[in-house]
Each structure stands twice: as C-alpha cells, then as structure tokens.
Ligand binder design. Structure first.
Ligand code: NOJ
Length: 543
C-alpha cells in the first residue's frame, strides 16, 4: 500500500497555512455595509462573527487595491491604497486587527504580472520612448505593421496593443487595460518587493499570487509554436513560465521568511487548465511558494476513478517536505459541486465537502460554497466580467460564481439595501445563511461540523494519507493516520446503495457521516453505503 507521509508529527507543529482552513472572500460580493450595491471591507467586519462561527483559520481576499476595475480589481492602479469601493486603509487595518484578535489570518491577493493601464508607471512609460520608466513594461516595435510576435492574450486575440504615443506595441497577457510589467527590469522588481514589504510590515499574513507563472517570458519574444488544440491554436511555450519565475518565487520566499508565520500561495495558470507538475514545480522543493494551486480537480467529472486519479497524481507531484492545497471552486470557475447536484439535494455537495476537508493538504473554501450557492445564470446585459462579454454565448464568463452572498430571504438576499452589482439568484429565499443557521442539519451546519471535526482530529490535519479503494465500483476510500489515531474515509459516488467489503484488520466506529442515521460500529470495513454517502470511520481496535 502506498502511503504519503507528512513530516509534522506533534500537535505543537500546528502551522495555520498547512493545517487550517482558508476561506476565499470575493469582497465585492460578501456584504455591502454602505449600500452602494457592492460588498466592502466594513461589510466583512460586520459579518466577522459568521466567519468565526464557521471555524475558518484564514481569509484570502480577492484584490482590494485601487483599480479602475476593468477586471474586477485584477488591474491595480495603486498598490499602496485600498479602492474606495471597498473602504479605506483604516478599514483594512481594522479588519486585520479583528481577524488577528480571533486568530484568523488575512491573505491579500497580489497581482505582480501586470498593472492597470492607469497605473502612473504605465502612464509614464507610455508617454514617450524616453522616460525614466520607458522599460518598465514590455514594449516592442511591430514587424511590417504587425505585432512583434504571435502571442495571444487570455482573451485569445493578439497579446499586443499598439500605443500611438510611442508608436510601439506593449504586451498584455490579459486585457489591453492590463499591461504586463517587464520583470527583467531590476527597478520593477525592487518596486514590487518594496510594496510587498509594506503590506507584510502592516501585518498581512501572506499573499495569493495572481498568475505567478506569467511574470517572466522569453526575453527574445520568440513565437509560440502552433498547435491543433481547440480554442487556442498555439502551445504557450514562450509567453510564460520563464526560468526566472523560479528565481522570483525563491526570492519572494526569502523576503517572506524574514517575517514570522507568513505564507504564499500561487496561482499557476496553464492551458488546458490543470497541470499538477507545473504547479508543484513552483514549490521549488520547499524553497519557493508555500502552496500552489492545481486546478485539475475542478475539471473532473463526478466520477470516482477520475477524481481518485486526479488526487493521486497531484500528490505524486508534491516534492518531499512540501505541502499540497486543495480547492473545488474560486472566482474564475463555475461552482464545482453545483454542476452535479440535483435540485434541492445537497448530497453531492456534502460528499465533495467531506473529500475537500479530509484530504491531505490545505483546503480552500470559496464564499457561498458552505451554503450551497449555485451557478447563477446572468443575462447578457448584466454581465460584468470582461471574459463573459468577450465570449458570450459560447462562454458566459465568471459572473455566475461571483453573485452576492445570500445572507437571508430579505430583499437583495440581505446583502445590501439597494440593487446589487450582479443579480442575486432567485433561489436566495431558500438558500441563505439565516435559514441554514436555524436548521441543525443544513449544509452550513454540516460544513461547520466538518471544519470542527478536522480541527479536533490530528490525523485529518497532520496525518499520512493512504489510499484503500481507488475509485473502483464508484468508491474512494483512504486512511489518514497520525500517532495514535487512524481514520478511514469512505465515499460512495454512486447514486445507488453500494456494499463495501474491504479486508482491513480493525474495528471501526462511525465518527461522522453525510447520513444522520448512521451511528454503527463495523468490523473489517463491511458496510452498506447509502447513495452518495461519505463517512468518516475511526479505528477502535484490531480484530
Ligand atoms: C487570474 C485571476 O484569478 C483572474 O480573475 C484574472 O482575470 C486574471 N488572473 C488576470 O489577472
């Protein structure tokens, strides 16, 4: 049997970013305290008791820096200030203080690859070919009236935009309003490191790095080779993942390590999505990022074989002494579990939540996941996401998973007293926090129970991971073991009852289950699982 061992053996080895639960807040959509229809920092402060009650250990805030919001904040025009939509620096400091006094950590989103085209650096850089910042972005002459090379932006048109003042092209891997910085320029690097230091000094507990693998590209701007893949007809060989990116994450690590207990998690963006080898490479064998996202799981169908293989593959790539993280949803993706759940039936969501919270690695929960928010269908005229506007109707964009948090069945789902920046799903009357808090067996209370259970069982946070049933007959089962405790997770992906008879010389008692009625003892893992049942068993003795 393969067993993946971790290296922390004792409870005092608790490291929040390894053993805790991280909750992603999309600030625009969490809670609107000033009734402008957009969520803000005072809103997060107002709802802080909810976060404490949920039991999370850290919050990752999607971008809150000043931005013209062409890409909902992923286009920063001032890295040192908070966008007035979200509040003030004073609000942010207050949030940090409240969080820290409740032992909750705050991770900021850090966009290093590009700025807004309204950032003073770009304004200066684009003003002429001769200025102090002329080389802070990636500028090049065209060839015969065409862009410098064939690179494409994430929006699948040329990644180059002509600037009339310089009569040159600049590179933008995303929107043309998001020019890419020239990280080969040491001044850019220093400016960005100074800025990160500013936020670390202020007390933030870490950073989530946006597309960290994009910062360095081929210095010679070589053309990408052609490919026959759908949507994108080129292999993205030269426009990202430059070798210097690995030096960059190691330098960032050195900066972070000067501070106590901070962390970094990187978004490693690949096409097609999900590349565990690439994501894990940014951990640099323990000298790079603390954590890196791999999105493979988000693209798996609800199929036990595929999900098992995906998890195992991810773990196989994690270098020794490094740590994985796991995620089901985020602001760029459809809400995963919702894709497979039938109306009014949370069983798949419960099963996936149990998987997420009992796997080896740090779990990330995306706001609203804990109440089972659904992918909301947004009409074309209300779409805000530039990707949705660009590709509609082939791809309707990311707004479906960014709608306001559903707090109650009151107007605007209790999120705001005014019309919200995105429409609220009409299901808010039934799917909301207020209802679920009252119902002992709601999805929300289920998440809370699971998070608490995870905290109280060292095997779930620190334990080894050993697969038992690898997706066969619709079942995934694995053991987590630490010191004196052995737990077994059984997950039935079938929509029908399934008998498991696995020879494992021990007696087990049910510790937790998606099915309330389950409170039995088992010998030798003989158990009839209900449809979509997921159960945590605790070893109580050898046979
Ligand atoms: C990845 C972010 O998660 C996404 O929301 C954004 O559009 C791009 N990076 C560009 O910053």
């Amino acid at each position: 049997m393969t067993s993946i061992q971790q290296h922390n053996k004792h409870p005092h080895d608790y490291l929040w970013w390894k053993h805790g639960v991280i909750y992603q807040i999309y600030p625009r959509s969490f809670y609107d305290a000033n009734d402008d229809g957009i969520g803000d920092l005072p809103g997060i402060i107002k709802k802080f008791d909810y976060l404490i009650d949920l039991g999370i250990d850290a919050i990752w805030l999607s971008p809150i820096n000043t931005s013209p919001m062409y890409d909902c904040g992923y286009d920063v025009s001032d890295y040192y200030s908070i966008d007035p939509i979200f509040g003030t620096l004073k609000d942010f400091k207050e949030l940090l203080a409240i969080a820290h006094s409740n032992n909750i950590h705050i991770i900021m989103d850090m966009v290093l690859n590009h700025t807004s085209q309204l950032h003073p650096w770009f304004v200066e850089s684009s003003s002429s070919r001769y200025n102090m910042k002329n080389d802070w972005y990636i500028w090049h002459d065209g060839f015969n009236g065409k862009p410098p090379n064939n690179w494409k932006s994430a929006y699948l048109s040329s990644a180059w935009e002509k600037n009339e003042m310089r009569r040159q092209y600049y590179l933008h891997s995303f929107l043309k309003e998001q020019p890419d910085l020239n990280w080969h320029n040491q001044q850019v690097k220093h400016a960005m490191f100074d800025m990160m230091q500013y936020w670390l000094d202020l007390g933030v507990d870490g950073f989530r790095f946006d597309v960290i693998n994009y910062c360095y590209k081929d210095k010679n701007l070589r053309n990408n080779p052609f490919s026959f893949k759908p949507f994108n007809d080129q292999i993205e060989k030269y426009n990202k993942n430059g070798l210097e990116s690995y030096i960059l994450v190691q330098e960032i690590r050195k900066l972070i390590d000067k501070y106590d207990n901070r962390m970094t998690v990187g978004e490693v963006f690949s096409y097609p999505p999900g590349n565990p080898a690439l994501s894990a490479s940014y951990l640099c064998k323990g000298k790079g990022l603390h954590l890196a996202f791999d999105f493979s799981l988000l693209y798996q169908p609800f199929d036990s074989h595929k999900i098992y293989r995906c998890i195992k593959n991810w773990y196989n790539h994690i270098p020794e002494h490094c740590w994985p993280c796991n995620v089901l949803s985020n602001h760029d993706q459809q809400r995963y579990a919702d894709k497979f759940s039938q109306e009014d039936n949370d069983s798949i969501k419960r099963l996936m939540a149990l998987l997420l919270l009992t796997l080896w690695g740090t779990p990330f929960i995306y706001y609203g996941e804990e109440i089972g928010m659904k992918n909301t269908s947004i009409p074309l005229h209300k779409i805000v996401d530039p990707a949705g506007k660009r590709f509609w109707p082939i791809y309707k964009g990311r707004d479906c998973a960014r709608t306001p948090m559903q707090w109650s069945d009151e107007a605007n789902a209790g999120f705001s007293h005014t019309m919200c920046w995105l429409p609220i799903d009409s299901n808010y009357r039934t799917i909301n926090v207020k209802h679920q808090l009252k119902d002992r067996y709601s999805l929300l209370n289920y998440y809370k129970d699971l998070i608490r259970l995870r905290k109280n069982h060292y095997a779930l946070t620190h334990g080894s991971w050993e697969p038992l049933i690898k997706g066969k007959n619709g079942i995934i089962a694995y053991i987590r073991k630490a010191d004196s405790e052995t737990l077994c997770m059984l997950l039935n992906f079938n929509d029908h009852a399934t008998h498991i008879h696995h020879h494992y010389e021990a007696q087990w008692k049910v510790l937790f289950s998606t099915h309330r009625s389950r409170f039995e003892h088992f010998a030798d893992l003989r158990i009839d699982c209900y449809p979509f049942e997921a159960t945590i068993l605790q070893k109580i003795g050898d046979l």
